[in-house]
Design a protein around this ligand. Sequence first.
Ligand code: URA
Length: 188
Amino acid sequence: MRTLDELAATVRSCTSCRLAQGRTQTVFGMGDPAADLVFVGEGPGAEEDRQGLPFVGRSGQLLDRLISEELGVTRDALYICNVTKCRPPNNRDPLPDEVEACSPYLARQLELIAPKVIVTLGNFATRFVLRTAEGITKLRGAVHERDGHLVVPTFHPSAALRGGGAVVTAMRADLVRAKQALDAAASR
Ligand code: URA
């Protein structure tokens, strides 16, 4: 697949795993296809499945607020996507074979966008991008480098909705880290 549009079309007709049966539609991603900054989440929830867009439910509202307050931009200045392109039923975690079936799509998406900085939201995105089994609590708080991208792991916004102030504070610090990483990458 040579373009994001071609890749999105392939994803739309994907039946590689059981998640295809339960979806209303695929959620490929949105934003600037040439963005320097990409956010990667876990997988679509109910609202995302309904609208076909990533992070448009409660987690997304928090994410938009943090992006605006810490990075000073709106989501159209960056790109947002997920590890799985279909909604896992009842918002359960994606299963290992579902992640594996979907992973070539995210890998190609990141190759085509070629962002300088990737912010991974939660365990699934962080493990995929950093190719590790380590958890988010251990990995966040630092800037990692992988496949030519600077990678800033942070909590998933749903953890912030559950966990409250301390998680939000950590996410804010990570977004400041992402901004610094972007500035550093731009001056290289
Ligand atoms: N949670 C995610 O990980 N991704 C979305 O798009 C929405 C909620």
